[in-house]
Design a protein around this ligand. Sequence first.
Ligand code: SF4
Ligand code: SF4
Length: 420
Amino acid sequence: MRTHLSKARLATAEGGRANAMLRSCVHCGMCNAVCPTYQALGDELDGPRGRIYLIKGLLEDFGGGDSGESVKESVKVVQTHLDRCLTCRACETVCPSAVPYGELLEIGRAEVERRAQRGSWDRLLRWGLGWLVPNVRWFPRLARLGQWFRWALPRRLAAALPKRPEPTAEPAVAEQPSTAPQALLLRGCVQREATPATHAAAIRYLNARGVEAMEVAGEGCCGGLNLHLGQSERALAAMRRNLDALRPHLAQAQWVVSTASGCGVTVKDYGRLLADDAAYAELATQVAAKTRDLSEVALELLENRDGAPSAAPLGRGRKVAWHPSCTLQHGQRLTGIVERLLAEAGHELVPVKDAHLCCGSAGTYSVLQPELAQRLRQDKLANLTAGRPDVIATANVGCQMHLASAACPVVHWVELLTPD
Ligand code: SF4
Ligand code: SF4
């Protein structure tokens, strides 16, 4: 794709990167075939190729000739179509030119936030979500309050609020390091409140296989939620906080482990995201290099078991519909691992149509784009339950909450691999 970014923009690190990414797109349109919003709305501008064109126009200042008012309108159009993007990155998986669409979208969204004014409700909602959801101190308190007064909340907020979790007995984590391989187990933000059973199951899973699961005081939101909202400064601040918390423990740890694929994909990207920060760039790269999704560690442990049985007896195998979250299959490109782990543990996987498509959760998307999110959820649930599973398993807290209205339980896959 030919581009005409101004010299001033090209001179910035962001402008230079965006230019190279834009030029790598050959506008073949293969990405449209797997894009959930293009399939749902049938509008070229709601597909990846159209959005790439919109970002190109934005970064070229729409040719520089438009009047002030018409530029404002053009920026609004870009904003509308970028807002509808789920950031699922299915388009990246199929792109023959390896266009890093997610990175380009980040640049486009940050530029739109700088240039387009939003309505007051939209601004308040985005500001509130960006402040509250990653806030590990206030989110649990206000979520509990919201659970009591769910009836009084606007419908889309009430629907997105996590259900009160079942009380979970949390296994002990090591306080002092031992000689066993160590995993720094991230707790993140929403997951610790909404689905604490995942963390407890991950500790049991690792401990049962001779890995010491350690928690890190002061660790919290990975920054991904703010990043998707185009709030780059807040996102970077959350990343630096996490890095400060991890710093003292990193040398002795074999892995930094995430049980939420949405967080893992962001932490694995810390090196790129903080590359221009002289104080944190090196640490960010080290943390990213040690970060693994739990399924990667589980696979490594499985392959190193030297012929010994891998797991404690798990009882009756169950019929499982596997929903690979987008951040696992497209963001981290981890496919086939959880399926293998579940099958080795004696579970039966039922076939699921269109497994590559997003369920509509996508961070705060279900609150900000409720109609589209519900439509995608309906389709996803129909596909997931077509094989009459006993349980639906996924790898990310957002999907787990979004799909919770299914007729059968929805759990994190590790809960199916650990006896209580
Ligand atoms: S598949 Fe890749 S190269 Fe083709 S239009 Fe989409 S982003 Fe561009
Ligand atoms: S990230 Fe997902 S929703 Fe956005 S353009 Fe790509 S495929 Fe479509």
